[in-house]
Design a protein around this ligand. Structure first.
Ligand SMILES: [Fe+2]
Ligand SMILES: [Fe+2]
Length: 248
């Protein structure tokens, strides 16, 4: 069952509580009362169509309406993707890190095992941070500059230079999937860590990693299948416009 505009926002969370942090990324917090999805979106000046597509792709992994989503503005997608990055770096990663640190305080576990888990996680954190920084510093500003050029009709020399040295195809080519690396981390926990004194900590860590993996999967899909084609279309339009200007 997909989420629709006339549902009460409270019922959306009752139906799937994992959607809460997705809803938060739109600047929407708890305390919905009896309001519908449509009225909450209106109140927060959030595009209802965009909200529904994002929430539904998260809610039902078989739902991914590429054609509908390619119609959205690049800036709107970038804003959502940026907030998702913030959620990973400011909440999810520190949360997992805190649980791993707690586990490392457990004297019943061997030092070697604690080191293995901790090093593996630190390496992962470094890779994720590098991945996100590249998108935040290079890719997203490029996307926004292109969108601005399309909207304003300005082809500055700076933009022409940007199009010469970078294309979204370069990004697509080396856009590695950061979620698959979490598989090894899960495997270490599932197969090799002996039961600590407080076994719940390991369960919590594992649960958090599964959630992060699922989130990253959705995020990567949006980048590859929605953002990339939208930007390719803008690149084509701008390149054609620049060539036309040169000929005139
Ligand atoms: Fe990203
Ligand atoms: Fe990415």
């Amino acid at each position: 069952m997909l989420i629709h505009k006339d549902m009460k926002m409270a019922d959306v969370i009752h139906l799937n509580h994992h959607l809460l942090h997705v809803v938060n990324r739109f600047g929407i917090q708890l305390g919905f009362g009896e309001k519908t999805v449509e009225s909450v979106c209106e109140q927060h000046e959030v595009s209802l169509a965009f909200f529904l597509e994002i929430v539904n792709t998260f809610h039902d992994s078989s739902y991914f309406p590429v054609d509908n989503m390619k119609e959205f503005k690049a800036g709107m997608l970038v804003e959502y993707l940026h907030r998702t990055h913030q959620y990973y770096m400011n909440f999810k990663i520190p949360e997992i890190e805190k649980h791993i640190n707690d586990l490392c305080l457990d004297n019943s576990l061997e030092e070697e095992i604690k080191q293995l888990l901790s090093n593996f996680f630190q390496q992962y954190k470094f890779e994720l941070t590098t991945h996100i920084n590249k998108e935040e510093q290079r890719v997203y500003p490029y996307v926004l500059a292109l969108e601005n050029a399309i909207e304003t009709g300005n082809n500055t020399d700076e933009l022409i230079e940007k199009l010469k040295i970078f294309s979204i195809h370069d990004y697509e080519e080396d856009h590695d999937d950061v979620e698959s690396k979490l598989f090894d981390l899960k495997n270490i926990i599932i197969k090799y860590i002996p039961t600590p004194k407080d076994s719940r900590i390991l369960n919590v860590i594992l649960h958090e990693i599964f959630e992060l993996e699922n989130d990253l999967n959705n995020h990567g899909h949006i980048e590859d299948q929605i953002l990339v084609p939208i930007v390719e279309k803008m690149e084509k339009e701008l390149t054609a416009r620049i060539q036309k200007n040169v000929q005139e």
